[in-house]
Design a binder for this molecule. Structure first.
Ligand SMILES: Cc1cc2nc3c(=O)[nH]c(=O)nc-3n(C[C@H](O)[C@H](O)[C@H](O)COP(=O)(O)O)c2cc1C
Length: 195
């Protein structure tokens, strides 16, 4: 059984609060799931670039030819084959760093992550659950666009259990940030126990 951790954090190591929260989540969760292997994909090391028209034509040709084992589809196969998925990303400009969107472009492959049955698209991913962990400088409110988008991605790709945790107010000087952080950690541990 495999958990895919899509690390979309931009800072190095534990300088990233978001990565710290993801680590807390995984460490707690592993206590009850020692048999799972965690595959970590550090997006900033992957150097994925936005798809060009040429890439799309090549991709469509490969899909039509049934060449789904082509290396171009490695990320899509890894995502679609994972049993659980954790995505960690800081809150940037009302959603998340663009490398996460670029990653999603790369995994959204017709025939791997989803497929058409007649005119209807059907999710083809194995994961039952996807957890999205975020930290934000300010308050994100109830309709945070990045989490709404990622929940929709799960809907399309056939992943029923979307969950979302956000540690808010991390850069607001006037509030008790330590308390804010501890509450986020408590929630993360609770979620990990139930995941
Ligand atoms: C480029 C950039 C954009 C950001 N945009 C927002 C924003 O729109 N709203 C907000 O509340 N915080 C914003 N922040 C602050 C981060 O969300 C916050 O510092 C977060 O905890 C960083 O997580 P990290 O330590 O994992 O990088 C932004 C930070 C950066 C560097």
């Amino acid at each position: 059984m495999k958990v895919l951790f899509v690390d979309s954090c931009t800072k190095e190591g534990m300088a990233s609060r978001t990565r710290r929260l993801c680590r807390i989540f995984l460490d707690e969760w592993k206590k009850n799931h020692p048999d799972y292997e965690v595959d970590t994909l550090v997006l900033k090391e992957e150097g994925m670039i936005p798809l060009t028209e040429e890439d799309i034509v090549r991709r469509d040709d490969l899909v039509r030819a049934g060449e789904l084992s082509h290396h171009m589809f490695h990320s899509a196969r890894q995502f679609a084959g994972a049993d659980r998925i954790l995505i960690g990303a800081p809150y940037w400009d009302l959603s998340f760093p663009s490398m996460l969107k670029v990653y999603i472009e790369h995994i959204f492959v017709n025939g791997i992550a989803f497929a058409y049955e007649g005119s209807r698209s059907v999710g083809r991913c194995s994961a039952e659950k996807l957890m999205y962990i975020q930290t934000a400088g300010g308050y994100v409110g109830d309709n945070e666009p990045g989490s709404i988008y990622l929940e929709a991605v799960c809907g399309m790709l056939g992943i029923p259990g979307f969950r979302y945790i956000c540690a808010e107010g991390m850069d607001i000087q006037e509030i008790d940030r330590e308390r804010q952080w501890s509450e986020a950690v408590e929630r993360t541990v609770r979620e990990a126990k139930q995941w």
